[in-house]
Write a protein that binds this ligand. Structure first.
Ligand SMILES: Nc1nc2c(ncn2[C@@H]2O[C@H](COP(=O)(O)OP(=O)(O)OP(=O)(O)O)[C@@H](O)[C@H]2O)c(=O)[nH]1
Ligand SMILES: Nc1nc2c(ncn2[C@@H]2O[C@H](COP(=O)(O)OP(=O)(O)OP(=O)(O)O)[C@@H](O)[C@H]2O)c(=O)[nH]1
Ligand SMILES: [Mg+2]
Ligand SMILES: [Mg+2]
Lengths: 277, 292
């Protein structure tokens, strides 16, 4: 899209447009464009091929090295999955369970979304598909109790990984955020070092609101990793630049489809390349 | 606020006078930023700013408003005009049943909204039939069945077939036999770039001739809103839009982008997870929210 030609204002405008339409955000896009402009003026960039190389370099540096999800410490390794409604939490858990099991781990999934219609049934299907065990209570019961029971069960059975599904919740709803804090506290009662990973699931089609989601979930329970879903669509997920800059939380995983194998480790290089495709 | 930022730009302008070009251009920079931060699509913003510039330059500064407030009013009114539409009621078919088809990306809120609409019609004294035509997502049928049960409304479903077209056709036959006057078809979430799944939607449309095809879109959608809405509209044809999760704090620029690119009316907004949380769409409320 940026054929080799001399740099002028229209080239830099084009770059700003690509960045903005990728959900990088107007402020970050302008910062990056200004940075390139100053390098052009300093003579560090001569052709538009240079611009592309420099741009990709800048963005790769901004994102930093990939930090994949690694199991560490004493077992069970507990993952708490959180995020707003419909982003792909339950599906991502199914994919993660499949991956951990393929790597030789035993997995318990906790059906702690006790609110939404057929949430437990949805997870039951994923558990069956992947060979993971499922801990569930009745619909409408206390989600913290489900999480607690799942961690207790993992401790007594010697299970390697516990993945806890929670109900989608908008970060603007304080009673729901309080419920999440309670789930987190109760998990700690069962296992003081847990959760080892608090995974925020973000939808790549979401715009600038993703930044607010990260801020508020992070303030509430402390997010240690992000899963960015639906990158198999046309949305680019550029918001992760602003997220990295503001809170430094790594994107661990990306969702690239609805199937059990459609989960990849986040690669900075692949992401930056895809941004300009 | 945007109004404050614009006031500082127009500080030198007092009472009587005209909005000068350079002042308006400075204001437009701020407005452009506000709209982009609100997730309005880049190209839609460009067009909109050009439109505002024409309206604002050379206008007389009113006594009752500060120049900044006046420009905000010009922008707000223009947004309302662009967002608004006359045809925002669900159109009923001349010969019942009226078939309504819910389409959209994964997780946008189709299943929940299908149930919300069913409740809305039931309250109006109608006899809706819910149709579980998502045969792909785990427990999608159970989800709609559970919601139907909550509403004490019938849900047409089949666990035998993998063909949503067949389910939709059968459901329509059943609706006619049972005297149901509204048929609400919940479809599986899909990507506009998945050719097979878009063909599937076309086939359902051919077989059941929906009176309304509603695009269910998430209010927090970013720049991609234009790409996906245009694609759904070009390939399937939509009659209206429902914007969900408006109870969050997303500014909702997707509303302007989708309305602008499809020309179709926004009919409802989803305002919560519970089954009664759906409201008609009011352009001036959404306009104010986009401006932030
Ligand atoms: N194309 C695509 N679809 C996805 C991806 N991840 C999830 N989905 C779909 O998105 C929809 C919502 O997924 P869920 O897993 O139910 O999302 P959730 O966050 O658990 O939803 P709630 O529990 O209702 O808040 C489903 O149709 C999934 O199949 C992905 O990476 N790509
Ligand atoms: N807060 C809020 N949540 C909503 C609203 N509408 C739907 N939801 C939630 O969004 C999530 C996804 O809703 P679904 O109805 O399953 O979405 P869908 O489009 O049918 O998903 P797929 O069939 O997987 O494509 C659920 O958690 C719903 O409760 C709304 O207006 N506000
Ligand atoms: Mg879920
Ligand atoms: Mg659905």
């Amino acid at each position: 899209v940026l054929l080799n030609r001399k740099i002028d204002d229209s080239t830099l405008d084009e770059i700003e447009e690509i960045l903005i339409t990728s959900d990088v955000g107007a402020e970050s896009a302008t910062e990056i464009a200004d940075l390139l402009r100053s390098k052009v003026r300093a003579g560090e960039i001569r052709s538009s091929d240079d611009v592309t190389t420099c741009l990709k370099g800048e963005m790769t540096a901004l994102l930093g090295r990939s930090q994949p999800l690694v199991l560490f410490g004493e077992r069970p390794f507990v993952i708490l999955t959180v995020g707003v409604n419909g982003v792909g939490k339950t599906t991502t858990i199914g994919k993660l369970a499949s991956r951990f099991i393929a790597e030789g781990n035993s997995v318990i999934i906790a059906a702690a979304d006790t609110f939404r219609a057929a949430a437990i049934e949805q997870l039951e299907i994923w558990a069956r598909r992947t060979g993971a065990d499922l801990v569930k209570h009745q619909s409408g019961s206390d989600p913290a109790a489900v999480a607690f029971d799942a961690v207790e069960a993992a401790k007594s059975r010697g299970t390697d990984v516990v993945i806890i599904d929670t109900a989608g919740r908008l970060h603007t709803k304080s009673p729901l955020m309080e419920e999440l804090k309670k789930i987190n506290r109760v998990i700690k009662k069962a296992l003081p070092d847990a959760p080892h990973e608090i995974l925020l699931v973000l939808d790549a089609t979401t715009g600038q609101n993703a930044l607010r989601q990260v801020r508020i979930f992070n303030e509430a329970v402390g997010i240690t990793g992000i899963a960015l879903t639906k990158l198999d669509g046309t949305a680019k997920g550029g918001i992760i630049f602003a997220i990295k800059k503001e809170v430094g939380i790594p994107v661990r995983l990306i969702g690239i489809g609805e199937g059990v194998d459609d989960l990849k480790d986040f690669s900075t290089e692949d992401f930056v390349t895809a941004l300009f495709e | 606020s945007l109004s404050d930022k614009l006031d500082s730009i127009f500080r030198k302008l007092k009472g009587r006078g005209l909005l000068k070009e350079e002042d308006v251009d400075a204001a437009l920079k701020e407005i452009r930023l506000a709209l982009l931060e609100a997730d309005v699509n880049f190209k839609v913003v460009k067009e909109f700013i050009r439109h505002i510039r024409e309206k604002a330059v050379g206008k007389e500064v009113l006594e009752s408003l500060s120049p900044g407030q006046q420009v905000v009013k010009i922008v707000h009114d223009a947004l309302c005009e662009l967002l608004g539409a006359t045809n925002t009621r669900i159109q009923l078919a001349p010969n019942p049943p009226t078939v309504i088809m819910m389409i959209g990306l994964q997780g946008s809120g189709k299943t929940t909204t299908t149930a919300k609409l069913a409740r809305f019609f039931k309250k109006e004294g109608r006899r809706p039939l819910l149709v579980a035509a998502d045969l792909q997502r785990p427990a999608a049928i159970d989800q709609l069945a559970t919601l139907g049960k909550q509403l004490d409304l019938p849900v047409f479903l089949s666990r035998e077939t993998k063909d949503p077209v067949a389910v939709s056709e059968e459901a329509l036959k059943r609706a006619k036999l049972d005297g149901r006057d509204i048929v609400l078809i919940d479809t599986a979430g899909r990507l506009h770039i998945n050719e097979d799944l878009m063909v599937e939607l076309k086939r359902i449309k051919e077989k059941v001739s929906p009176r309304e095809i509603l695009l269910v879109a998430d209010a927090m959608t970013g720049q991609d809103a234009v790409t996906m809405a245009k694609s759904f509209n070009d390939q399937i044809g939509i009659d209206g839009i429902i914007l969900t999760k408006m109870d969050g704090d997303a500014r909702g620029g997707a509303a302007l982008s989708i309305r602008n690119i499809t020309g179709k009316p926004i009919k409802f907004i989803g305002t919560g997870e519970k089954i009664d949380m759906i409201e008609p769409f009011y352009p001036d409320r959404v306009a104010g929210r986009i401006l932030g």
